[in-house]
Structures are given as structure tokens and as C-alpha cells.
Design a protein around this ligand. Sequence first.
Ligand SMILES: [Zn+2]
Length: 251
Amino acid sequence: MIPAWLRGFQAGRLTSRPVGVLGVALVVGALTIALGAVPVGGGTGHAARNAGAVALTFDDGLNGDYTLGVARALEARGAAGTFFVVGHTLAEQPEVARALVAHGHLLANHSSDHEKPSALDPLYRKLADGQAQFAATVGQCPRFYRAPHGVYTALSWLAVGRAGVQVVNWDVEVRDWDATDPKELAQRVLAKVEPGSIVLLHDGRDGKPGRDRTVLVQAMPLILDGLQARGLRAVRLDELLGTPGTLERCP
Ligand SMILES: [Zn+2]
């Protein structure tokens, strides 16, 4: 006996239920893959150009003594930084996260791991997973978010909206991870920085512990002195942008 849906198909009607369900599933699947794979731009790249300050931001930690070395260099000159932390490092180095907060630095979300958004994770749970890791470690959730590798998709933007976070990117990027000379690294930053700039630096690499960031730590005083010579203070992102740096409550 020919099933009812096949009879419908044979008769040229495309609305029989199994065919319709299959069609919808195929369309949803294709859209998910498309939306999950296409990079989408946006986010804050700098503050007003008449600002007397810049924000130095540090991605890819926590990274132990390198993260703390960057923080100490900032503190020695009365400055503060914003650390875009890879979530899984919070459980591994909670004392580093708490030291940053205690010394007046700002923590921000750099996802729970350092992978690009995957079409196989259309809800992009890694942002919310990261927030949960901040809540568990320091009792608060960051307001600022920056995607690993700076890659956003239509679906990860939906996750940004659900999480109530603000995407903050950068306008100064100097490939600091391949620098071998602190003085030359400082010159790279100072050649590009402008009032209101958001500077991307890396106190870690991909959230992997122990990556050597000595050159950055040694460049920090030179960068800060150069900024000061131009009348620019290094402040946290919340101060530069005039918005709170943490959410009122964790979602
Ligand atoms: Zn990163």
C-alpha cells in the first residue's frame, strides 16, 4: 500500500506533512549554518576623539605572573587596565582574577574558550558560560564582551543581545605577540594611538597558561610614559566610555 504522504507527493501536492517537515528542517539547517558562519561587523572601536584618555585592553589571559606584571606596571603609574579574560582560566587562576579586581582593574568577557563561533553551537552558549565563570569567581558579571579572534556572526550577535553585554573592539592593534623588543613594541603602540583609542594588547595567548609575555611587561612603562608625554591617561573602559563595567545582576 502506498503511504498517504507519498500519494500526496505523487499527486503533485507538496504540502503533505513529512515532505513539509523535511523541507522546513533543511531550510532551518541551512540558515543556521549560514548565519553561524558569516562574520558580521559592529561594536565599539574607540571613544570620542576629544577624550584626554585611552583604554589599554589585554586579551587572552589569565596568564599568571605575566597578567600580574602588566597590572603592576599600570599601578606603578597610577593607571588601570581592562582585561578580556578567557573564561576557563578563571577557575584555574582565581587568585589572579581577584587580585586584578582588588587592585582596581576591570574584567571583561572574552568567551569561555578561545574558539571562533561555531555553526554547531547556534545559541553561542560560550558567552553565557563565560559570564557564569565570572559570577562564580569574582561575584560579578562583566558588561563588556569581545569575541575570540574578533569574529562575530549573526547568531553570536543574538547571544550578545540576550546576555545584555556591550561589544567592545579596538582601533589600535600592533601584533604585540610577535614583538621581540620592548622599546620597539612601545613605539608601535605610540605611533598609532589617538585620544579616545582602545588599544588591543595580549597578556596571554588563546587562554593557554604560561605563554611568555615578558616583552609586553617590559614595554608597559614605556607605553605609559609615552601616553603621559602626550597628555593621555590610561583608564578602564568603563571610565573611557562612561558606562558601567559590570552588569547590575548576572543573568
Ligand atoms: Zn583573543
